[in-house]
Write a protein that binds this ligand. Sequence first.
Ligand code: HEM
Ligand SMILES: [Cu+2]
Length: 614
Amino acid sequence: MDWLTTVDHKKIGILYLIAGGFFFLVGGLEAILIRIQLMFPQKEVVTAQFYNELITMHGTTMIFLAAMPIIFALMNAIIPLQLGARDVAFPFLNALGFWTFFFGGLLLNVSFIAGSVPDAGWTMYAPLSGTQFTQHHGTDYYVIGLQIAGIGTLIGGINFLATIINMRAPGMTFMRMPMFTWASFITSALILFAFPALTVGLAALMFDRLFSGNFFNPQTGGNVVLWEHIFWIFGHPEVYILILPAFGIISEVISTFSRKRLFGYSSMVFATILIGFLGFMVWAHHMFTTGLGPVANALFSVATMLIAVPTGIKIFNWLFTMWGGSIRFTVANLYAIGFVPTFVMGGVTGVMLSAAPADYQYHDSYFVVAHFHYVIVGGLIMGIFAGLHYWWPKMFGRMLSEKLGKVTFWIFYIGFHLTFFVQHFLGLLGMQRRVWQYLDGMGFNNMNFISTIGALMMGVGTILFLINIVITLRKPKDCSNDPWEDGRTLEWTIASPAPEYNFAQTPLVRGYDAWWHEKMEGNTAMTPVEPIGPIHMPNASILPFVMGIGLFITGFGFMYSGEWGTLGFITVGHAVGIVGLLITFGCMGLRSLIDDHGFHIEEDEILKDQGVKS
Ligand code: HEM
Ligand SMILES: [Cu+2]
């Protein structure tokens, strides 16, 4: 019950981690089924229809329901601590964001039980996703499930923006903010601008499907390229929404375990902002082959190539941070160091793809699949693993096993490169993307086999990681405040895991890497800016959870409005949908009518906690 009503950002972080981790397993299982189907030529392990469902749900799940939430998990758990804040700006909204994401994701996956699974690809290109070609409810699940989940993401992004702008501890100027928080700040801004485009696109597609609109159907005057524009003006920034926090994590981990200040901090900040900006200028590189014309293609080519500049700045700064540092090869740092060359490869193939004439060859081949997995798995997932190992003690008070972690890292890392390296060549040889079978004798056999073995190794790595978690959960919570001993930022100044109120006394920040700064001056704690006194906390609430359920019911109702018969003057489906909306709006009403002033944690209670060293 505590978990259903919590508004504590640390607990919400854990909820995001559990839900995101669960969807990661689902998405991973789908991936392994895909690879098993492609292990040998012309086999039918899964049917063609189920294969389409698998690739669609794999992509959608991994991006929206696994990667994003796990990033949100770390952002929730760590940002307020790095800022020296006691909470996020809007704790209630934070919970609401989690529950809408969760129920949206659940709705998407209920499609498996309902027997009509999205199958038009995670990009849902029209007209394939329209009613002419997808008569079952697959696309409806996608449209409505993602719409609900997207509300959660948007809420989360706004919340982080407000938190970072308003809740920094005294002295924490923007140019003293840790890189992870900076990256999350830019990511949140990207969410604010990109997700509304998705919202609009999904709404338009919903109108096409459920209410006979004609945005995208050429037969009725619609335009399919319109969908591509809307999708990618969201979709391209989305990949930066995912990768920027990973960049932030890598910066923290590499600098901590090189025991050095991050090289070129201000150029890192500038590069992050620039990548964020350029991320919006390049969406049409996904559409070179749609016939935009040479001028548009040339401009988007050049704009895309430009992104390599700030990205290169980051790569060199990481290398220079390690240069001359006393590097510790902890598991977190292995992932971070492994990230660098892997991501460089993903970037290089990206620049190759950005040359429009070349893209005519690569487009929709396995080369593209190799490219984006190098950046998303080799970049983002490695970043997530680095971050999880690094902050696990802060989140749970226990250290993950380093020994098992190293074994896991190598199995996962080798498995990853086996899986995706050969796919570049499969693509260059002409193997198309999203194919269910390939012919024997095309020269594809061996590489597909290797790729599948690699994928199975990544599966083993993931299971080892789960085992590590289980072993760790049984250890006592005995981590010190700064278990790596080389912590640089504010989260390492308080107990692990942090007490409910984070900081008994708000710290005074006197420089970049605030905690390192104090340590170098011989201090054993931050200077507080206030005496110990009662701390104001928000009340827990069940409303966000109920609102999520309300939207879930609504989605169902409208989706099946054509099938469940009628009830007087409206269909049963519409009635169900309206009931769901009433639940959600009712909760909103309650929230605005009932005064909720929160409560205080009193002084003596804070003094009793061991977290306080006064
Ligand atoms: C230097 C940076 C990058 C460049 C120049 C670049 C360039 C490109 C280009 C031109 C395409 C279109 C290929 C085609 O469909 O023919 C593409 C696809 C893709 N890229 Fe990148 N990219 C870069 C970084 C990233 C990052 C950081 C991510 C994710 C974290 C990413 C994820 C993807 C995905 C998911 C696709 C395929 C989308 C789909 O059609 O399903 N890229 N990239
Ligand atoms: Cu792109």
